[in-house]
Design a protein around this ligand. Structure first.
Ligand SMILES: *Cc1c(COP(=O)(O)O)cnc(C)c1O
Length: 214
């Protein structure tokens, strides 16, 4: 399935993050050999192990929940962190990025699904986080957009509505807090079961795992 999905996302001008969690290195290498260079992992330890073992032109994205005390392990190399959901976490990422003389691109994760267990901000929390950032100089992070996961359901209209909500949050934050050239442009939404809906609702970045490797 890899080539078909890679072609589809390319045609739609959407970035494909190949979610390689739980996949072995030889399996991931089969996608690498077909040209894939952006991979996503949801656990820090697995991300570090794969980074160390695999070619250095891979861009690694962290897509899962991140604890503050683990930021230091990924700060030297991570290309994007999709799962920022507190100001305190942003401060730690900034501090660790500075130590590594880097600027780390991040996304603000929103809670858009009905499931209780999912991490993420609501719009008020995101606004107050961005107000706090205005007051402090976090020079070593770049806020590039938003991320969200829709509910696990067969109800396509519900999923579509949740993606539309995330796009609405993105538009609102962009117009209030970011100039046109600030690089706030990514909407990370869409997984194996719902990426086509996500793309039709404005996704710029899909995170697909099982459909690529299955
Ligand atoms: C696992 C995971 C994905 C990919 O899920 P699939 O259904 O396998 O495509 C996307 N985003 C996050 C945050 C994940 O943990």
């Amino acid at each position: 399935m890899y080539l078909a999905i890679a072609e589809y996302t390319k045609k739609q001008q959407v970035t494909l993050v190949a979610v390689s969690k739980t996949q072995s290195i030889p399996t991931i290498m089969t996608l690498y050999k077909q040209g894939q260079r952006i991979f996503g992992e949801n656990r820090v330890q697995e991300l570090v192990e794969k980074y160390e073992a695999m070619p250095k032109d891979i861009q690694w994205h962290l897509i899962g929940h991140l604890q503050k005390n683990k930021v230091k392990y990924i700060a030297p190399f991570v290309s994007m962190i999709h799962s920022v959901d507190s100001f305190e976490l942003l401060e730690v990422i900034n501090q660790q990025a500075k130590k590594n003389d880097r600027i780390i691109p991040v996304l603000l994760q929103f809670h858009i699904a009905e499931e209780e267990t999912k991490f993420g901000l609501n719009i008020q929390e995101a606004q107050s986080l961005l107000e706090q950032i205005k007051l402090q100089s976090l020079d070593h992070i770049k806020i590039c957009g938003v991320m969200g996961m829709a509910s696990f359901t067969d109800d396509k209209e519900k999923v579509r509505g949740e993606f539309r909500t995330l796009k609405g949050h993105f538009d609102q934050l962009k117009s209030t807090y970011f100039s046109e050239d600030a690089g706030f442009k990514e909407i990370s939404m869409g997984m194996s079961g719902d990426y086509e809906i996500a793309i039709s609702e404005g996704s710029t970045m899909v995170r697909i795992g099982s459909a690529l490797f299955g």
